[in-house]
Design a protein around this ligand. Structure first.
Ligand code: ADP
Ligand code: MG
Length: 349
């Protein structure tokens, strides 16, 4: 056994494919972000007043997933912090609202950033908000608060907290707050009241999808440090970029394809990544996505999919009536109350 393990670990240590696998992780932010120069400069200009002790305007960033919103924001904040050192008291706070998706949890994160103690549950939200205000006043500086994926917060908890935060500067005497709101959901503004749109969107930045050639540049830059020399040839980069460009110009998808293709090549004992490995990686990602969609379907929709699957084994096409009968049979088998045929045919549609 130990021989097998030795071989496995030593293979991992002496990868023939990867030089530094970490650089392909989704949360890694490279020092350079090609094709986002405009957004970087625009955001930097909006935030620059912080260096003179002034409150920057709130900013609303939007664009589809993988268009570099999070990376650009973190990149600019890092540089801003460096320049603020010894000059102004600047705090940058990053909250991912997909993880912290209630008003309470977001406030707990903000309190933590100012060393204010709050329990994870139990207090009234208004009390946590009060403690946050005290904490930030004590800080006596400028705080830039990033609320990433704010659509998740608003969909779950409404936009009251967002409204308060985007106007919190009117309540403060000593400290100043700027809010950067980020969303992947372009229809998200439909969930926001006009008052929030106007206070959050003092400035707006749009992140368009990357084109295939832009994705190629992003991948090429990453390949240099992440892979061993000669492992990736240009056809591999082109294919990853083309597939991700089809998927609304998503840099995350392009990088995932490259990483997974590399892992497949490694598993197969190959010393190069080929187009075949990329195609396999593409199928793997698609399959995972379908599994994810199926997993998150509501129970009765899952049963309908199961009914369709069972019927498809015996015939090419099924009528709604046949699907409904099969659906009912499964419900009885599981001792579940069935939905009406009307409702089921709505779900099928
Ligand atoms: P978003 O927040 O818009 O969904 P991210 O900023 O998380 O997108 O970017 C997705 C992935 O692509 C991250 O791994 C990021 O490092 C990378 N990425 C995005 N834009 C660039 C770029 N211009 N150059 C290099 N890497 C990029
Ligand atoms: Mg993001």
């Amino acid at each position: 056994m130990s021989g097998v393990l030795d071989e496995l670990f030593s293979k991992m240590l002496h990868s023939r494919i990867f030089k530094n696998r970490e650089l392909l992780r989704p949360d890694y932010i490279p020092d350079e972000l090609p094709h986002r120069e405009n957004q970087i400069i625009a955001l930097a200009k909006i935030l620059a007043p912080a260096l003179q002790g002034e409150r920057p305007s709130n900013v609303f960033l939007y664009g589809l997933t993988g268009t570099g919103k999070t990376a650009v924001t973190k990149h600019v904040l890092k540089a801003l912090k460096k320049h603020a050192e010894n000059r102004v008291k600047l705090a940058t706070i990053y909250v991912n609202c997909r993880h912290d998706d209630t008003n309470y949890r977001v406030l707990v994160r903000l309190c933590e950033a100012f060393n204010v103690n709050v329990p994870f549950t139990g207090l009234a939200t208004a009390e946590v908000y009060r403690r946050f205000i005290n904490g930030i006043e004590k800080f006596n500086g400028i705080a830039i608060v990033v609320l990433d994926e704010i659509d998740a917060l608003v969909k779950k908890s409404g936009d009251d907290l967002l409204y308060k935060l985007t106007r919190v500067h009117t309540e403060l005497r000593k400290s100043k707050v700027c809010i950067i709101g980020i969303t992947n959901d372009l229809k998200f503004t439909e969930y926001l009241s006009a008052r929030v749109i106007s206070s959050l969107g003092e400035e707006e930045l749009v992140f368009p999808p990357y084109t295939a050639p832009e994705l190629e540049d992003i991948l090429r830059m990453r390949v240099r440090d992440a892979f061993k020399p000669g492992v990736i040839d240009d056809s591999v980069i082109k294919l990853c970029a083309a597939l991700a460009a089809r998927e609304h110009g998503d840099a995350r998808r392009a990088l995932d394809l490259l990483r997974i293709a590399g892992e497949i090549a490694e598993r197969e004992g190959s010393d190069r990544v080929t187009v075949k490995h990329v195609k396999k990686a593409h199928r793997e990602i698609e399959r995972d996505r379908i599994v994810e969609v199926l997993k998150t379907l509501p129970l009765h929709s899952k049963i309908i999919v199961l009914a369709l699957y069972l019927l498809s084994k015996s015939k090419r096409e099924a009528t709604t009536g046949e699907i409904y009968n099969m659906y009912r049979e499964i419900c009885r088998e599981l001792s579940l109350d069935e939905l009406t045929q009307r409702r089921v045919s709505d779900l099928i549609n």
